[in-house]
Ligand binder design. Structure first.
Ligand SMILES: Cc1cc2nc3c(=O)[nH]c(=O)nc-3n(C[C@H](O)[C@H](O)[C@H](O)COP(=O)(O)OP(=O)(O)OC[C@H]3O[C@@H](n4cnc5c(N)ncnc54)[C@H](O)[C@@H]3O)c2cc1C
Length: 426
């Protein structure tokens, strides 16, 4: 057959661009198809990315990529009715550069430049509509009526893998494995951000939020500081979103809490977006993310982990792209498009931080499905802190405060059992 490209990559998110970058670097003739009008226009994420894959595989990235802020402060914020409890890890300077906040569009623009500098081609505003098979081997795509033939196709469609599912290259996952995330981005004065959180221009906050306005639903909130913007979001399990609560209303209630009003009162909303995210962890990954002539990477393959405190998705997407590129190189050197050779991809994934992380947190989906975590625990914390720091005539002893707070929300044995179960899983 006549070949237009060695590899067609469907999707210009972090996994697709990573695949394309390494393949182009290895000398393959690569085409990325991205349905968005420009890179990043269709992608949604919270705002924090871990540095390690870039440190390892993208030499010089820190000089090229203009990050928003380095995450210097990790916060766990429990919102009570009006009060709030904040637990902060202020990182020492040696740990400061291990993760950063950024707009995904900016990251993808930079990754796209890297792809093009290695000779890869990126076609934006082009949607892959069909998959072409020759002798049952995936051999290209059809896009906008054009047939594009290739030796290999990489599916990097993201969480909604419409094509891979339509052609039965992956099974349709059940809705109870997903959550929906909604995010608002506000313009906030840089000096206000710095003053509110005790930051300098370079350092930033990544926060996980639970309690109060989130109404005990299975999910949580997040907040990330950019240089002149703040992202605020909620993630709600799909079983509860739209049935019991509307994510749009939840994020509004969250924003109206006194803690958030200090930040967002008078701030200008500049963006609102929503997207699905896999919550299944290890149980959501594909057993066989490869086949004759194709590989599946990133969210499409289920490589995303919610640890209960943080989300790892972009780093896993970038890593899986590297492993896909290495696998295609290996198969090509062996003159094959056969799944026997492409199976090497799974070997690489299984010996990588992706699989190790997902395996370590293999029970996290079960632990986080317990509503106790979202409704009872925040209540206990709020009562406990209010008692310990009582401003009434008589102070309370810690032990009495603890017993009182637990008793009013839950049984003590029950709490201990829940904490042990949770502690083992997250
Ligand atoms: C609310 C929310 C918050 C998150 N927060 C974080 C975070 O803070 N940190 C983190 O690391 N991860 C986070 N994640 C997860 C992270 O966004 C994903 O893991 C990551 O974006 C996956 O990259 P990907 O390339 O696999 O998929 P995507 O980023 O979804 O990219 C897929 C691309 O494929 C394109 N596409 C799809 N079908 C076609 C087609 N037929 N033709 C052409 N193009 C197509 C899409 O337009 C899209 O650009 C979050 C996710 C959500 C929903």
């Amino acid at each position: 057959m006549s070949i237009d490209f060695d590899v067609v990559v469907i999707g210009g998110g972090p996994s697709g661009l990573s695949t394309a970058y390494f393949l182009s670097k290895y000398g393959f003739n690569v085409l990325v198809l991205e349905r968005g009008s420009k890179l990043g226009s269709k992608n949604v994420f919270g705002g924090r990315v871990y540095s390690y894959p870039f440190d390892k595989y993208f030499p010089g990235w820190r000089d090229e990529l203009n990050v928003e802020r380095w995450v210097s402060h990790e916060k766990l914020i429990t919102l009570c009715k009006e009060d709030s409890i904040e637990l902060t890890l202020a990182r020492g300077s040696s740990d400061k550069y291990k993760s950063f906040t950024i707009f995904l569009s900016k990251l993808l623009e930079w990754m796209g430049e890297r792809v093009e500098s290695e000779g890869g081609v990126i076609a934006t505003g082009v949607k892959a509509d069909k998959i072409i098979f020759e002798d049952n081997v995936v051999s290209g795509v059809e896009a906008g009526g054009d047939v594009i033939k290739s030796l290999y196709v990489v599916f990097a469609e993201g969480v909604n893998s419409v094509l891979a599912e339509e052609y039965k290259l992956k099974s349709k996952p059940s809705p109870d494995k997903y959550a929906v995330g909604v995010k608002e981005v506000f313009k906030v004065d840089r000096s206000k951000i710095n003053n509110l959180f005790g930051l300098d221009n370079d350092s930033g906050v990544a926060a996980y939020i639970l309690g109060g306005p989130l109404k005990g639903v299975r999910g949580g909130g997040f907040l990330y500081t950019m240089r002149d913007y703040i992202s605020l979001g909620v993630v709600v399990h799909l079983n509860e979103a739209f049935e019991e609560v509307y994510p749009r209303e939840l994020i509004e209630d969250l924003r109206l809490h006194p803690y958030m009003q200090k930040i967002f009162k008078d701030a200008t909303l500049i963006e609102y977006s929503a997207r699905l995210v896999s919550e299944a962890g290890l149980h959501g990954i594909l057993e066989k993310p490869y086949g004759d002539g194709y590989l599946i990477v990133g969210d499409s393959a289920g490589y995303v982990l919610n640890t209960g405190f943080t989300v790892r998705g972009v780093d896993y997407a970038v890593l899986s792209g590297k492993y896909a590129a290495d696998t295609i190189k290996y198969s090509h050197e062996n003159g094959s498009r056969d799944s026997k050779f492409l199976a090497k991809y799974m070997e690489l994934v299984k010996s990588s931080p992706i699989y190790h992380g997902l395996k370590k947190f293999k029970d996290v989906d079960k632990a986080l499905s317990d509503r106790y975590v979202y409704s009872i625990l925040p209540g206990i914390l709020c009562r406990l802190f209010n008692k310990v720091y009582s401003t009434g005539e008589e102070p309370y002893k810690l032990y009495d405060s603890l017993i009182d707070s637990i008793k009013s929300e839950s049984g003590i044995i029950n709490l201990i059992y829940k904490l042990i179960t949770l502690g083992r899983s997250i």
